[in-house]
Design a protein around this ligand. Structure first.
Ligand code: AHR
Length: 528
């Protein structure tokens, strides 16, 4: 693979930069962070996940059934639950995706033996036993300590079906549906934190026009209620309307314009957008394994478009909602690579490399910078599908590089964004120009400051010189995620190729100093 030349210019002079080859390996990024200048809250829901009934995402990934030799609790894999708990997953979106608009919830409740077998027409036409239904999903949510984000079927369902589903899940009073839930073993009303009103209604969700969808949104948001007494008033369930999956803003314009003067009878709290990194186009997707620097650069370049994508939608939302009442919800994002050879192409199976970890950090940083409006996001997907956290094969399980990024970012959940002033520099690879570094910072309620630095350079480390104002730092700790190659992965045979490791960092006279390795994600904690 041909490497392009590196031209890395931070705030150092060109004469110094080009004087010797040795100095190139000593490139320095200067950052300036003022911990006394708080920005928006980085909502923990930005770290949400997505578990669609697709391929082995639910079946085998989460659900093995109570009779499985794989250790489980009420049919849910113990190893997967143990791995997910430390991520503090704030919410899980289920049952789809495209599948949501063909799902009829009644087929997935009651005694397992009596549930009908159906076809999963969205994803390969495979037989669905329906043994993972509403009660199993809620059990999973409870086991991992998360919140339910349920997508209602607008495409092939009815408002009444959706309203009854919500009543089944959330009614505390002794209605027939609440009694049915109790008879199924769950007397207490469930919490449903978020309700998606349809999914991609402009395509797999029913190919609707913006106006047609708007009419559906008004009906569903009026009649689909959460009855849980603990979710009334300020703790109410957030209703999320379908937004676009393209940068163009016609759909957003239609929905937001109508919302601006909406009557009491309909409303929503978030607008969902979907934006995947499909670097080579849908017909010639990038490989998730065995790629080189050119593909690395291409994918990262493509993923950075997320910033512009969000800006375009925000501009329209700001026009109709300057107070930012409606959240922008990126409830499908991540790398969509080619399906691994030998797998069912409808199951969207891909490996997950160091490149995906860097891609995840770049997107999480973009979300953090847009935190005033972007208050929820769901990576696609959680297990065995697209850019997942976890891969399983029968009793085996492996944690992906993306998993470790989400783990390293846990302290950013609900922390306050702190602006970082820096010049990202430029990196040239195979005709592609990328920023050399990326960085965000956030402050915890305890006063601890967290800084994340991504070094996109596949070859060279970067010296970090960060001025920290607004706090006296006593203790500093750092950990880095990197590996020998951009396409390094964790496999069942070698599960620890890409895992975080501690690195040294110091603070002297208010300046943080450390070296970030090539192609790495580094999180630093600074304690007062
Ligand atoms: O995540 C896979 C699919 O991508 C989802 O089902 C759909 O909403 C999107 O097109």
């Amino acid at each position: 693979m041909k490497l392009g030349s590196v031209r890395f210019v931070f705030r150092i002079s060109l004469i110094v930069l080009f004087s010797t080859a040795a100095l190139m390996s000593q490139d320095t990024a200067h950052l300036s962070i003022d911990a006394s200048k708080p920005g928006a809250k980085i909502d923990r829901n930005l770290f949400g996940q997505f578990a669609e009934n697709l391929g082995h995402g639910l079946y085998e990934g989460i659900w093995v059934g109570p009779d499985s030799p794989i250790p489980n609790t009420r049919g849910i894999r113990d190893d997967v639950v143990a791995a997910l708990r430390p991520l503090k997953v704030p919410n899980v979106r289920w049952p789809g995706g495209c599948f949501a608009d063909e799902y009829h919830w009644r087929k997935g409740i009651g005694p397992a033996a009596q549930r009908p077998a159906t076809l999963n027409n969205s994803w390969g036409g495979v037989v669905d036993t329906n043994s993972f239904g509403t009660d199993e999903f809620m059990d999973f949510i409870h086991q991992i300590g998360s919140e339910a984000y349920v997508s209602a079927n607008v495409g092939s369902g009815t408002p009444q079906e959706a309203a009854e589903w919500l009543e089944y899940m959330t009614a505390a009073q002794p209605t027939a549906l609440a009694k049915e839930r109790a008879a199924n073993g769950h007397p207490d009303a469930y919490r449903v934190g978020f309700l998606g009103i349809g999914n991609e209604s402009w395509d797999c969700g029913g190919n609707m026009s913006p106006d047609y969808y708007l009419s559906q949104l008004k009906i569903y948001s009026r009649f689909v209620e959460n009855d849980n007494p603990s979710q009334q008033g300020p703790n109410h369930m957030l209703k999320i309307a379908v937004g676009p999956g393209v940068p163009e803003t016609e759909w957003t314009e239609t929905i937001m314009k109508a919302w601006q003067h909406h009557s009491w009878s309909w409303d929503f709290d978030g607008l969902s957008v979907h934006w995947y990194t499909v670097a080579n186009g849908w017909d010639t997707k990038t490989a998730s394994l065995g790629f080189g620097i050119e593909d690395y650069a291409k994918v990262l370049k493509s993923t950075l478009f997320m910033d512009e994508f969000l800006r375009k939608q925000e501009t329209v939302m700001d026009r109709y909602d300057p107070q930012k009442k409606i959240a922008l919800v990126v409830d499908e994002w991540g790398a969509w690579h080619a399906a691994l050879p030998g797998t069912n192409p409808s199951f969207l199976v891909q490996q997950n490399s160091l490149r995906d970890a860097i891609l995840a950090s770049l997107n999480l940083n973009i979300f953090a910078r847009h935190a005033g409006r972007v208050r929820m996001a769901n990576i696609a997907q959680m297990i065995n599908v697209l850019q997942s956290m976890i891969l399983t094969d029968k009793e085996k399980m492996v944690l992906t590089p993306t998993y470790y990024v989400f783990k390293m970012y846990v302290p950013f959940q609900d922390a306050t964004f702190i602006p970082v002033d820096f010049d990202p520099g430029t990196l040239h690879r195979d005709g592609i120009t990328l920023p050399h570094v990326d960085a965000i910072a956030a402050k915890e309620a305890s006063g601890k400051l967290w800084v994340e630095i991504t070094n996109l350079d596949p070859d060279k480390p970067v010296e970090i010189d960060a001025e920290i104002a607004g706090m006296m730092v006593k203790t500093v700790k750092a950990e880095t995620l990197t590996a020998s190659a951009v396409d390094s992965v964790n496999s069942f045979a070698a599960p620890h190729n890409v895992v975080p490791k501690p690195v040294s960092a110091s603070v002297k006279s208010g300046r943080l100093a450390l070296t970030v390795e090539p192609k790495s994600v580094t999180v630093i904690s600074l304690e007062p």
